[in-house]
Design a protein around this ligand. Structure first.
Ligand code: AHM
Ligand code: MG
Length: 359
């Protein structure tokens, strides 16, 4: 969606809209829809569309294709392993992390539509354009799931796009353009480098998924208007943190692990340790994902603006919910580009249950 709208009403509208569409099913003709066609169709629904947004997402899809190629060849190309540097979080940077970071910035700088980047791998915001054409701010985690890179377990790229707030002549973008709350995202999504490469995105008109076909070099539509199941019996949580989290969270965990007569419990644990992969699973099978604050890290581990916000946007578009335990994630006003947040997200009915424990 290319306008700011009242999100609550907008979500209701989306639910009505998607209830009338063939959720997730893609017929044979639609199977030939490429990501580029899809994006330009989405943009053309907006009366003042200029094609710039299509061009921007086209560049992003190109970066993802290149990263996907490198991920697939990583073991062969000696690109696995650590560099000699650490990022701002003190985490050792993987060679592929840095590679993906550079590729996204290069690919997205070409069209001149980007004003600034904020990345998990960069300490500061990178400002790249300041004329009126540079309308967009891109936030990204170039390779999420770093600990899984070297061992061939699913990793991915997360991205979110904001519109620049002030386009007055001579004005460049400022930190307030980067620190916008998540409900102002105009698009968000992720790429998943798993058994195949997937690109999942939303412009505020439902969630759509594309599979990369390397033989023709295209992302082809495979699911549209994805809806998260209302309820699932799965949970994702780093159980090693059990004794480090709040008692209310522990009571909830104890509850979902206790067998019930109706066989809805115990929930089954699945934890990949790549946030995107855990979210992708949740999107299709339902359930909950928890990364609460711990005694060691009161705000948890996950970063708000380039990890959590884009995924919360996707999940809400699919009918799910995401909170920090008190507030809707997308309404948090960020104060710092690398700020962390506790995260609780999931299917609507599972979130009702979880929230009843967090009160
Ligand atoms: P990364 O962006 O450096 O890979 O770190 C974030 C990752 C998430 O993908 C994942 O959900 C989380 O860290 C796992 O953390 P933990 O190992 O504490 O469970
Ligand atoms: Mg990450």
């Amino acid at each position: 969606m290319f306008v700011n709208v009242n999100f609550t009403n907008f979500n209701k509208a989306i639910i009505l809209l998607t209830n009338n569409k063939n959720q997730m099913e893609v017929n044979n003709t639609e199977r030939l829809t490429t990501i580029d066609h899809h994006i330009s169709r989405e943009e053309s629904m907006h009366p003042t569309a200029t094609g710039e947004f299509t061009s921007l997402l086209h560049d992003l899809a190109l970066a993802i294709r290149i990263i996907s190629r490198e991920v697939r060849r990583a073991g062969i190309n000696d690109i696995l392993g650590l560099t000699s540097t650490s990022n701002i979080h003190g985490e050792k940077q993987q060679k592929l992390d840095q590679y993906a970071n550079d590729i996204i910035k290069k690919a997205m700088s070409q069209g001149g539509h980007v004003c600034a980047f904020a990345s998990e791998e960069d300490d500061e915001v990178t400002v790249v354009g300041k004329d009126r054409k540079s309308k967009y701010i891109i936030l990204f985690d170039p390779l999420d799931g770093s600990s899984n890179i070297s061992i061939n377990v699913t990793i991915g790229t997360i991205f979110g796009v904001y519109r620049r707030i002030d386009l007055s002549p001579g004005q460049s973008c400022s930190i307030s353009d980067v620190l916008q709350p998540g409900y102002k995202l105009i698009t968000a999504g992720y790429a998943l480098y798993g058994s195949s490469t997937l690109l999942v995105y939303s412009t505020g008109n439902g969630v759509h998924s594309f599979t990369y076909d390397p033989t023709i070099g295209e992302f082809l539509l495979n699911k549209q208007y994805i809806r998260v199941p209302k309820q699932g019996s799965w949970y994702s949580f780093n159980e090693g943190n059990y004794y480090l989290v709040d008692e209310k969270v522990r009571k909830y965990l104890d509850y979902i692990k206790t067998p019930s007569e109706d066989k809805k419990r115990p929930f089954t644990l699945r934890y990949i340790g790549t946030l995107i992969a855990d979210l992708h699973r949740l999107l299709h099978y339902g359930g909950v994902y928890l990364y609460p604050g711990t005694t060691k890290n009161p705000n948890g581990k996950l970063r708000l603006i380039y990890e959590v916000n884009p995924l919360a946007f996707i999940l809400e578009q699919a009918g799910g919910r995401a909170t920090d335990g008190r507030r809707r994630i997308l309404e948090i006003a960020p104060e710092d580009i690398h700020q962390r947040t506790p995260l609780f997200m999931g299917s609507p009915d599972d979130m009702d249950l979880l929230e009843s424990f967090l009160k």
